[in-house]
Ligand binder design. Structure first.
Ligand SMILES: [Zn+2]
Length: 264
């Protein structure tokens, strides 16, 4: 699932493949950008902000643009060598192709693809809370933002990127399990909120630089999570069955009713 760590990794893939290179062509397959041609622009920087990707471009006339994209659930960027077969996803999911002399970057199933003057980036990412994997990560500010709405269920508050940026559904579920917290506990009643925020950052940081997301320390298939994706399977701690809510896949909650009991 694309969360802060996956997005961070993707930014690095684009950095390794495109940074400092000049674009020889671009092909946008979304209507609102279909006529854009980025040939001649140099890729100055590739970075992530929470779950947002920013590709900063500079023209020979020093015009600065930022190409913004969001992976949501199913998006991906792949970098290929020129002439290499594009094997990432079916072709109809391609939203943009960026070419340089040495590489081709293909964006599949991207969301919120936008091209704006770099000076206007804050309109796209300025609302985000502290970035768990950013150079300016600020745990105290994240705690302050979370605590500002004490009645809100903690599972919902952790997903709100205005509080802290980078946590998606997988890390939300795993973090709440590891802290023994019932997902619907009001934020104001969560014991040791700073401890939870610190652990969340550690979980994401541990998975930086690899594509397998693990919260258990194991990279073996079927052993990488405590509760996420494990409905009705035995809890690794108490052996009881893992529960799962219904509904929207982006918000689904897995938890262990025994290890994360409702506060009384
Ligand atoms: Zn349990």
């Amino acid at each position: 699932m694309p969360e802060g760590d996956t997005v961070w990794n993707t930014a690095k893939v684009l950095r390794d493949g495109l940074e400092d290179a000049e674009l020889t062509g671009s092909d946008f397959r979304v209507p609102h950008l279909a006529t854009v041609d980025l040939a001649g622009y140099r890729v100055a920087e590739s970075l992530s902000r929470g779950k947002h990707l920013l590709l900063r471009l500079v023209s020979p006339e020093h015009r600065e643009l930022t190409l913004h994209s969001h992976l949501r659930m199913e998006g991906a960027w792949r970098v290929y060598a020129p002439g290499e077969r594009w094997t990432g996803r079916p072709a109809h999911l391609i939203r943009v192709v960026l070419r340089t002399a040495k590489s081709v970057a293909v964006g599949y199933h991207l969301h919120d693809l936008r091209l704006v003057p770099t000076a206007r980036e804050p309109e796209l990412v300025g609302h985000l809370g502290p970035d768990l994997l950013g150079p300016d990560w600020d745990p105290e500010e994240a705690v302050r933002r979370l605590a500002a709405d004490p009645a809100r269920p903690v599972a919902e508050a952790l997903l709100d990127q205005r509080n802290l940026a980078g946590i998606g559904n997988l890390y939300k579920c795993e973090l709440l399990f590891l802290r023994g917290v019932w997902p619907w506990t009001p934020v104001g009643e969560v014991p040791d909120l700073p401890g939870m925020v610190t652990l969340g950052q550690r979980l994401l940081a541990a998975n930086r630089g690899r594509w397998t997301q693990s919260t258990t320390g194991s990279l073996h298939r079927g052993e990488t999570s405590y509760v996420y994706g494990r409905r009705a399977q035995p809890c690794r701690r108490c052996n009881g069955p893992i529960a799962k809510t219904d509904g929207d896949a982006e918000r689904i909650t897995y938890w262990c009713p025994r290890c994360q009991p409702q506060p009384t």
